[in-house]
Structure formats: C-alpha cells, structure tokens
Design a protein around this ligand. Structure first.
Ligand SMILES: NC(=O)C1=CN([C@@H]2O[C@H](COP(=O)(O)OP(=O)(O)OC[C@H]3O[C@@H](n4cnc5c(N)ncnc54)[C@H](O)[C@@H]3O)[C@@H](O)[C@H]2O)C=CC1
Ligand SMILES: NCC(=O)COP(=O)(O)O
Length: 335
C-alpha cells in the first residue's frame, strides 16, 4: 500500500499558542508516533516560538509536500515563504494575514491530495474578521475551500471520553430555536453517521440527541421544540434505520454511566456540546469537521493569547489533532 501523503498544518495566529504547540509536537514526534507533517509557512514564526518555549527545533524548508516525509526526521518541514514578525499575546494585522495565508495554502494542498489531511492552528475569529477573513470560522473556510456546502460541513468535538456535535455553532443563543428545523437535524445527523463510518470505523453509530429545553421540554411544559422539531426529525431518521435515541434531557447525558450508551451525542447548540468535552477532555480534545472531501482536525482550544509565549500551554490537544487526522486519513484510504 502506498504511503499516506503528509499532513499539512496551518499555524493559526502567530501571537497565539498555535506555533509553539506545533513545534513541540514535532519534538515529540517519535514518542507520540506521529505521522509526518509539515507547516504551511512560518519558518521564522516557528523558530522564534520554539526558542521562547525552550525547545530545540530545527526547521527544514521543503519545496513540495512530497519532500516532507524524508525531511521530517531531520527537522520540522516548512513549505512556503509566508512568515510574520509577532509579539506573543498581541495579535496584529500582519499576524492575521499570515494566519490566513497559512490556512489557505494548507487547505489547497489537501484539496489537491498533496496532503492527506489538514490540521488547523487556532485563530481569533473577531480579530481575523477585521483583516480579511470572511467566514464565521475555520469550519466554514475549509468547507468553502473544498467545494462543500456549509450545511454539509459538520463540527464534531472528540476526545477519549466522548464525541459531541453542536447542530448550531457560532450563533447567538437567542437565535438557536429559530435555526433548529427538521431538515437541519436530519441532514446533519446523516452526515454524522456517514462520517463516523468512513473516518472513524464505527459501522453502526449509536447517536444520542439532546433536547433543547430543561428536561427535554417536560412534555411541552418547558418548551415545545422537542415535540415540534426534534422528535419528528428523530422519527424520520429511525424510519431510515439510523440508531438514534432522544431527545434526551441534556443535563444527565454526559454522566459517566450514560456515555457508554452512545458513540456520539448530537446537541442543539455550541456550549451544550463543548462544555462536556472541554470539562472532560480539554487536553486531548479535537475539533474535526465531518462531511468534507478532505480530512480536517484542530485542537479544541483557542488562541490562548494570555499564556502564549510563556511555555504554559499544553501541546496535548494539538498532538491529539495530528494523531486523529492521520487515523481518519488511514480509515478513508482503507475503505
Ligand atoms: N480552533 C480555533 O480556531 C478556535 C479558536 N478560538 C478563538 O480563540 C480565541 C480565544 O478564545 P477563548 O474562549 O479564550 O478560548 P481559549 O481556548 O483560547 O482559552 C480558554 C482558556 O483555556 C486556556 N488554554 C487554552 N489553550 C490551552 C492549552 N493548550 N493549554 C493550557 N491552557 C490552555 C487559556 O489560557 C484560557 O484560560 C477566540 O477569539 C476564539 O475565536 C476558540 C476556540 C477554537
Ligand atoms: N468553539 C469552536 C471553535 O471556535 C472552532 O471553530 P472553527 O474555527 O473550527 O470553525
């Protein structure tokens, strides 16, 4: 079997923790048994981030992704001349433009199959939006870059303890009820089930779905979305053979004794899905975009400007994102 193409890594905002964590992941490549990866630009960003963190990092310029596997043992391969000067914790326009260039190149390489997956470093959405980033987040960016409709690109958070999917994501809580529809729930859960099969090897995924309201609406006394929208959507999915359960009261669904009963919990809004993951698995949590023609993962955390450059940030989630990207790419190739 031919070797997987290397993984392309976008560094995120250089003023955040992304570059130093990628540098650390490279230094731990053997003990963590990571597949070869390369950075999309940022040779001097990486060198400076590594020095601040006290890491011994060699950077190896490559001219094409096909050189990454051989270069990986000698140094962290870097493709592309885009770079930036930066101050940790102080995001600026140059850094935002660098982050966008790094992301753009990495996504394009994955789309052209010159990279087997893309792992994206964290960006600050509001800051990026002021400097040319037009999507709500990197999920929508990789959807657009790969020609996927945004509706079909589904965010999933995955860690050792559980997987969760927020059906609505970067939207005001007040808008969530009107955004939930039978069509949204059915179409996104179809993507979730297909992706768990294709990218994670879960052949018959058990999908637990939360309600929106306390006690999943308590028979309509505390809200009616469960009766009008969520319940009917799940009925349609059951008719088509999907192993869905719910709507469940969200408050108890993440307890240890519940988590063994499902492969993924589908939730109605961002915090319902992300609080359990970040509470249980912060340091190993991965954000993966389902439904794309490419594999994309990211650490679950953000830019952490407050601790960038101090050496306090853990590389656990970045390493988990690199590992998961390789595993998903391998599952796809085997199918
Ligand atoms: N994948 C991405 O690109 C993501 C980007 N963000 C962006 O990040 C920015 C900051 O968001 P916040 O809500 O403050 O989340 P954050 O994840 O940056 O920080 C939350 C808390 O976790 C800590 N933390 C984060 N990463 C850590 C690590 N690796 N090791 C140890 N501690 C860590 C921070 O110091 C802070 O106390 C926002 O502008 C947001 O848009 C947030 C989440 C994901
Ligand atoms: N809260 C998750 C997050 O902000 C990641 O979003 P994205 O940039 O991966 O779309």
């Amino acid at each position: 079997m031919t070797r997987l193409a290397p993984i392309a890594v976008s560094l995120g905002d250089p003023a955040g923790v992304g570059p130093e964590l990628v540098a650390e992941a490279w230094t731990r490549r053997e003990s963590e048994r990571l597949l070869p990866f390369f950075a999309s630009g940022g040779a001097s960003v990486l060198a400076s981030a590594a020095e601040r963190r006290g890491l011994s990092l060699r950077v190896t310029a490559i001219a094409h992704p096909s050189e990454a596997a051989e270069a990986f043992s000698r140094g962290l391969p870097v493709l592309g001349g885009h770079d930036a000067e930066y101050r940790p914790g102080e995001p600026d326009e140059q850094g935002a433009r660098f982050a966008l260039a790094s992301l753009t190149q990495a996504a394009a390489l994955a789309v052209r199959h010159e990279a087997s997956a893309i792992v994206t470093g964290p960006i600050a959405k509001s800051h990026m939006a002021r400097h040319g980033f037009t999507q709500p987040g990197q999920t929508e960016f990789v959807a657009d870059a790969s020609g996927t409709s945004r509706k079909a690109a589904v965010m999933m958070l995955a860690g050792p303890s559980l997987r969760t999917v927020p059906l609505t994501v970067h939207t005001a809580l007040a808008d969530v009820p009107s955004l939930l529809s039978i069509d949204l729930i059915v179409s996104r859960i179809r993507v979730v089930a297909a992706s768990l099969r294709r990218d994670f090897g879960v052949e018959q995924p058990r999908i637990a779905v939360t309600g929106l309201n306390p006690h999943a609406g308590e028979d309509g006394r505390m809200g009616t979305e469960e009766q009008r929208v969520i319940g009917p959507a799940l009925d349609l999915l059951r008719q088509d053979g999907f192993a869905v359960s719910g709507p469940h009261p969200a408050d108890a669904l993440f307890a240890a004794h519940e988590r063994g009963r499902y492969d993924v919990a589908v939730c109605m809004y961002h915090d319902q899905a992300l609080i359990p993951i970040k509470t249980l698995d912060f340091d190993q949590g991965v954000n993966v975009t389902l439904g794309l023609p490419i594999v994309r993962t990211s650490p679950d955390h953000g830019t952490a400007f407050g601790i960038a450059g101090t050496g306090q940030a853990s590389a656990g989630a970045t390493i988990a994102a690199l590992r998961m990207a390789g595993e998903c790419a391998s599952y796809r190739r085997e199918r």
